[in-house]
Structures are given as structure tokens and as C-alpha cells.
Design a protein around this ligand. Structure first.
Ligand code: ATP
Ligand code: MG
Length: 416
């Protein structure tokens, strides 16, 4: 072994995947040795003739660390006396609460059952430091699932009533993301969309969202991004179609249906950041069998969260991801609205009003603007659905249908 290297086995729960070496200075994977199980290599990492692509595995490994863009990370690292987030990653053996991968120090005999965060408690030290609260004592435990949490918002895992929960803050002057998460949960509950339930926590006047871990000791979350690395995307194929094709190749059920639901939600809340790591699929970590789309999570970057009140609801362009950069275009990808009952959203604006009541960050003006804009999104979607349905009915009846029959808007139903 070269100097400054440390030997590990990349593990998937109890399965040895490959021998690896980590560079002590950078914590990058400097060498990959024997491959024990090709099928357990993380999804999207190419393996050719039994050889794992080291650059790709390194990207995957680095991607497990807290991103350098995380709010407050510089101060946190200083307090922890650790130079990079990759070093922090090594300190918790890469263990996470979103999948079952980890690295086992060679010759240590450590087993997954002795160290995983699903079954073992963990210290609040790293979480508290990430939240700018300092640690409880002189000794700081670095064994924390916070070392492997992704995303740029301030967040920490906490065990609440025996359940692993992710507590996530907001950003900027409005701190709107936690409220948006709760509202999105409520919209999805009303529309019967499979989702992660977020609730609101206020601490020292600041809002936070709290959600339970939807991954268990039996499952892995695999992001759309990693799934889409499993096949080469041809230039003429859209990202939407490529995702469907990759999921089809693995026989993952009901992906089109789940994307329909995700795009409807994101249209309603004008989500600007549904990037390819903000949705994905869940598989069984042992059998590797795909279960289906992950419940929808991380919907906070919506409802003009970082825009001044005057811009809320205006036609000024807001970003859209992951398939189109315009919400009006992306909603056209929805294959069916048959499942959608927009009447179930009646009164959702008042629910939003209740949710933000008392917030020090969202004043009455902003609240009024948000409620109005949300109502208007429901109306806009109602129009789109009706146009879609009208087209559908006319197609089937060779044009022999009046607009009245096909048109049953939300407004009409509300009046009844
Ligand atoms: N309830 C959960 N159960 C398991 N894993 C989760 C859960 N919520 C989030 N994660 C994982 O943690 C990552 C970060 O969480 P999340 O996307 O909510 O944070 P974020 O800071 O809002 O992200 P972004 O940078 O995309 O805005 C997710 O990409 C996912 O891998
Ligand atoms: Mg995210």
C-alpha cells in the first residue's frame, strides 16, 4: 500500500462490493482493488469487464459528502477542526440514512449491524454545529448521518420518538421553504399523491420543516440522476424520455404515473428546483428489486420563495426543472389528468394563510399575495386540464361535443 492511503471495503449493507483505498489527504478513492459484487456497485457507476470506473465512483463518493455550498458549512468545519466535508464523510464511514452503502476499514471486522444509523442512535454534535449552536462538550462525536446529507439548506437528522427525522431550515429574508414543504404535503394529501409528510417546527422564531426518513434498513433511495447514468442518452431523446427508458430497462413500475403527479404538483406550486437529485426511485437493498418511484420530497423551492412580494404571481419568468425550463411547457408532458380531482384543493389558500399565521418572516402582504397566487395557479391548471379533456373528448367523438359538456371548471363546482 502506498503512503498516505487507507484500505477499506466498499460495502452495501452486509455485502462486500469492492476493495478501495482512500487518499488520507483528500479522502478521495485513489485505487479500486478486487470487485466482490458487480451487481451491488452503486447504480449509474459503469463497470467494464469487471473493472469499476474510478472517476465515476469517486464522483459518487464525493457526492455523499455535505456539498461545499451548504449554508454555514465553512464555520461548521472550522468548529469541527476538519478541513473538508469529504473528511467528515470518512469519519462516519460514509453511512447514511438514505441508503445502505458504507466503507468498512479493512481488517476491522466491523459489521453493518454494529454501526448503521437506522438501528443505532447518533450524537447531535455535528447537527448542532451545522445549526450554528455549538456542541455540548469538549468531545465532539463525528459519527453522524449529517455528514452524508445532501442539499444546500441547513439541515440535521434527529431521533424524535424513536423515528429518524430530517429537520430542515429556510433561507433568506422570507425563510419560506419550510412553509412551502408543509403546503406541498397538504396539496399532495388532498390529491392523493404519494409523498413525504412535512410538518412545521418553530424554534427561536425560525421555521423548520420536519419529515420522517422514508428509507428503512431494507431500502435504498436512488436519485433520478444516478438512474439516468445507466444508459447513454442519445441527442434526439428528451430527458423525460430518457428517464422513462432507464426506468423501463429496470422494470420499475408506474414511473409515468408518478411523473404526472410530480409535474402537476410542481406546476401548482411553481417549483423552481426539481433537479435530478430531488426525485428518484426506491429499491430493496438486498434483493436489488425496484419497488417504484420515491415519495415526493423536497418541494420547498417554490411559490416565489426567494422573490420580493411584488413579484409573487406576476408573469415574470420563474425557473422550471427537470424536463423543461418553462412550467407551461413542462405541464404539457403530463400523460393523463384522469386521476386529478382539483376540487379537492378547495380552500387550500386558507390553509396556507393559517400555516404562515404568526410568522415573523411572512407578513400579511406577502401572505395575501401568496394565497392569491396559489388560487390563480389552481385556476390556471383547471384551464389546462379542461383544454386537455376537451381535446380528448372531441377526439373520441369526432368533434361531436359542445364545449359546455367538456368544461367543468373548479369555479363551477365551487358554486354548486
Ligand atoms: N425523508 C427523507 N428520507 C430519506 N432521505 C431523505 C429524506 N429527505 C431528504 N433525503 C435525502 O437528503 C437529501 C437532501 O434533502 P433535501 O433534498 O430535502 O435538501 P435540500 O437542501 O432542500 O436540497 P436542495 O439542495 O436540492 O435544495 C435528498 O436529496 C435525499 O437524498
Ligand atoms: Mg434536495
Amino acid at each position: 500500500m502506498a503512503d498516505g492511503m487507507k484500505k477499506y471495503i466498499l460495502m452495501h449493507k452486509n455485502i462486500s462490493v469492492a476493495d478501495i483505498e482512500l487518499d488520507e489527504a483528500t479522502c478521495a478513492i485513489s485505487a479500486i482493488g478486487h470487485v466482490y459484487s458487480e451487481s451491488h456497485v452503486p447504480v449509474g457507476i459503469p463497470v467494464k469487464k469487471g473493472v469499476i470506473n474510478r472517476a465515476a465512483l469517486n464522483e459518487w463518493w464525493k457526492g455523499r459528502a455535505i456539498p461545499a455550498s451548504r449554508a454555514g458549512i465553512r464555520n461548521a468545519l472550522e468548529e469541527l477542526n476538519i478541513s473538508t466535508t469529504q473528511k467528515l464523510l470518512e469519519k462516519c464511514m460514509g453511512l447514511s440514512l438514505s441508503d445502505q452503502y458504507w466503507i468498512c476499514p479493512a481488517g476491522s471486522g466491523i459489521e453493518w449491524s454494529q454501526v448503521n444509523f437506522f438501528e443505532h442512535s447518533f450524537s447531535d454534535d455535528v447537527g448542532n454545529i451545522l445549526f450554528g449552536k455549538g456542541s455540548s462538550g469538549d468531545y465532539i462525536s463525528l459519527m453522524s448521518p449529517d455528514n452524508t446529507s445532501d442539499g444546500w439548506l441547513k439541515k440535521k437528522w434527529k431521533i424524535i420518538d424513536g423515528k429518524r427525522c430530517l429537520i430542515k431550515g429556510g433561507s433568506g429574508a422570507t425563510q419560506q421553504e419550510p412553509y412551502n414543504e408543509v403546503l406541498a404535503s397538504s396539496i399532495m394529501k388532498r390529491l392523493d399523491i404519494k409523498h413525504v409528510k412535512y410538518s412545521l417546527l418553530i424554534e427561536d422564531d425560525y421555521p423548520y420543516s420536519v419529515c420522517e426518513d422514508f428509507i428503512t434498513t431494507q431500502t435504498d433511495l436512488i436519485s433520478a440522476w444516478h438512474l439516468m447514468q445507466t444508459m447513454k442518452k442519445q441527442n434526439h431523446v428528451s430527458i423525460y424520455q430518457h428517464y422513462l427508458d432507464c426506468c423501463k430497462a429496470y422494470g420499475i413500475p408506474e414511473i409515468k404515473e408518478s411523473l404526472d403527479r410530480m409535474m402537476v404538483l410542481d406546476y401548482l406550486i411553481v417549483n423552481e428546483d426539481r433537479h435530478q437529485n430531488n426525485f428518484g426511485v426506491v429499491r430493496n437493498a438486498e434483493t436489488l428489486e425496484y419497488i417504484g418511484a420515491a415519495p415526493i420530497f423536497d418541494s420547498g423551492t417554490s411559490l416565489w420563495f426567494d422573490k420580493p412580494t411584488m413579484m409573487i404571481g406576476t408573469r415574470s419568468k420563474v425557473g422550471c426543472k427537470p424536463f423543461k425550463n418553462d412550467h407551461e411547457e413542462q405541464i404539457k408532458l403530463v400523460s393523463s389528468f384522469d386521476w386529478l380531482d382539483l376540487n379537492a384543493l378547495y380552500g387550500i389558500d386558507e390553509e396556507l394563510r393559517e400555516l404562515v399565521r404568526g410568522s415573523l418572516f411572512i407578513d400579511e402582504n406577502r401572505c395575501d399575495a401568496l394565497c392569491k397566487a396559489l388560487r390563480s395557479r389552481v385556476d390556471m391548471l383547471t384551464d389546462i386540464v379542461n383544454t386537455h379533456r376537451t381535446g380528448y373528448v372531441i377526439d373520441n367523438c369526432q368533434g361531436d361535443v359542445t364545449e359546455d359538456v367538456a368544461y367543468s371548471g373548479l369555479e363551477d363546482d365551487r358554486d354548486q
